[in-house]
Write a protein that binds this ligand. Structure first.
Ligand SMILES: C[S@@+](CC[C@H](N)C(=O)[O-])C[C@H]1O[C@@H](n2cnc3c(N)ncnc32)[C@H](O)[C@@H]1O
Length: 273
């Protein structure tokens, strides 16, 4: 799977190891399942539209819909679509913030494909929330080019048209060192104020804390500033609930998370649309 975007069905399995074959089968299942889900979604949408149309016709006491009201409905639809689109703000708009926030994608080799999917899903959500924000930040993806890119390519995700700064270079080559603040929960420095002239870096690492303290150690080794966000593990948690979890508690959380986990939607579309 790594390194290519060949259709899973066309791949010669005879030379593969058992593990590679298993991986491929999983990927095939994912691709097939995605197709079915998309088809079902389309059908649900059509049925909803039909139902709305029927309700409208009953309300108007009309048997059919004249071409005039057809046009009116089309125009209304276009207007409401434009209104929704207007809610999105580009990072280049006058409302945008100069604050730079980068997701450091240099950890792909430390994650399983499953965890990379989780990470990509989180990135999609972040991107989508930023587009809807009153003051969108300058969102960056740095060190982009590893397995996360391969997976996005495989699911035909049109990330190149996203309103986000995509860079193959590391954040250290994109920003000047004095501007960089690495965010890590292990830092003793609590971030009480956001400085819009800085570039805040978030580790693109879903590891269930397997690589404990890694981002903090790297920031210290590289001599860059670091800070911790003043958040507890659970929003609204009491002091007791916000405590560091024991091994057993953390494992339970991971299992629960895995049970409810969905892979990143390979709809190949902008996640906002
Ligand atoms: C799942 S954590 C990675 C945990 C990893 N074991 C490590 O070395 O940090 C992913 C990223 O979320 C960010 N993060 C999570 N909680 C944070 C907090 N309280 N303050 C600052 N950053 C945080 C950090 O940027 C971190 O690299």
């Amino acid at each position: 799977m790594e390194g290519g975007i060949e259709e899973p069905g066309n791949i010669d399995q005879s030379t593969m190891s058992k593990r590679q074959r298993k991986r491929l089968q999983k990927r095939q299942f994912f691709v097939e399942h995605r197709k079915i889900k998309r088809k079902e979604k389309k059908e649900r949408k059509k049925a909803k539209k039909r139902k709305l149309q029927e309700e409208k016709e009953t309300e108007d006491g009309k048997e059919g819909v004249s071409s005039a009201s057809d046009n009116l409905a089309n125009n209304k639809e276009k207007l409401s679509l434009n209104a929704t689109k207007k809610k999105f703000k580009s990072m280049n708009s006058e409302h945008a913030s100069p604050l730079r926030v980068a997701i450091d994608l240099s950890f792909d080799d430390l994650m399983t494909d499953r965890d990379i999917h989780k990470l990509l899903k989180q990135i999609q959500r972040t991107y989508s929330m930023n587009r809807r924000a009153d003051r969108p930040v300058q969102l960056y993806l740095t060190s982009f080019g590893g397995r996360s890119k391969t997976i996005l390519d495989e699911i035909h995700c049109k990330f190149t048209s996203w309103d986000v700064h995509i860079r193959e270079e590391s954040y250290g080559d994109v920003f000047s060192q004095e501007d960089v603040v690495y965010l890590t929960s292990d830092s003793p420095n609590v971030l009480s104020e956001v400085d819009e002239s800085k570039a805040y870096i978030i580790g693109g690492l879903v590891d269930h804390n397997y690589h404990k303290g890694l981002c903090y150690r790297l920031a210290v080794e590289r001599g860059i500033a670091h800070a911790r966000l003043p958040i507890t593990r659970k929003i609204g948690a009491t002091e007791n609930e916000g405590h560091k979890k024991t091994g057993n508690e953390a494992r339970k959380d991971v299992n629960a998370e895995e049970e409810t986990d969905e892979s990143v939607e390979g709809n190949g579309e902008d996640p906002n649309l």
